[in-house]
Design a protein around this ligand. Structure first.
Ligand SMILES: [Zn+2]
Length: 135
């Protein structure tokens, strides 16, 4: 008999939680298209949960969607129709570039500056990665 099966027999089936490794849950954008506008309802909350500045993300998203946006009451209203999948992809790209460590992929990072260059500093592995500037 295989060792794994023996263990299962000994301890019974383990609950899912203790098997799956502890993982950081990335926030998701909650958006809705209304007429010719798109509203991201949890804009501020989502970006604050990864400890990033909402202004920087605002700049990023309006540049990437090439549209104007109004940020008010934690909500971002974009001019134009952007389906949730599109915004989700943009958000994931942002997280990959500006939140998740480029070396180890953990979200335990902060923005540091070295000689005027913005860097992503990882508190988990110590990696420093230069960041692309949002124009
Ligand atoms: Zn790291």
């Amino acid at each position: 008999m295989e060792y794994d099966k023996m263990l299962t027999r000994l301890y019974g089936s383990l609950p899912e939680k203790s098997i799956s490794k502890e993982r950081f849950e990335l926030p998701k954008l909650d958006s809705t298209v209304q007429g010719k506008k798109t509203i991201i309802k949890n804009f501020s909350q989502a970006i604050k949960s990864v400890k990033r500045d909402e202004k920087a993300f605002y700049k990023y998203i309006t540049k990437e969607t090439a549209t104007a946006g109004v940020l008010a009451d934690g909500k971002l209203t974009l001019t134009g129709k952007f389906w949730p999948e599109v915004l989700e992809k943009l958000f994931n790209n942002y997280l990959k570039e500006y939140v998740l460590c480029h070396e180890c992929g953990k979200p335990d990072t902060e923005i540091a500056e070295r000689s005027g260059v913005k860097m992503l500093k990882c508190t988990a592995c110590g990696a420093l990665s230069p960041l692309k500037k949002i124009r």
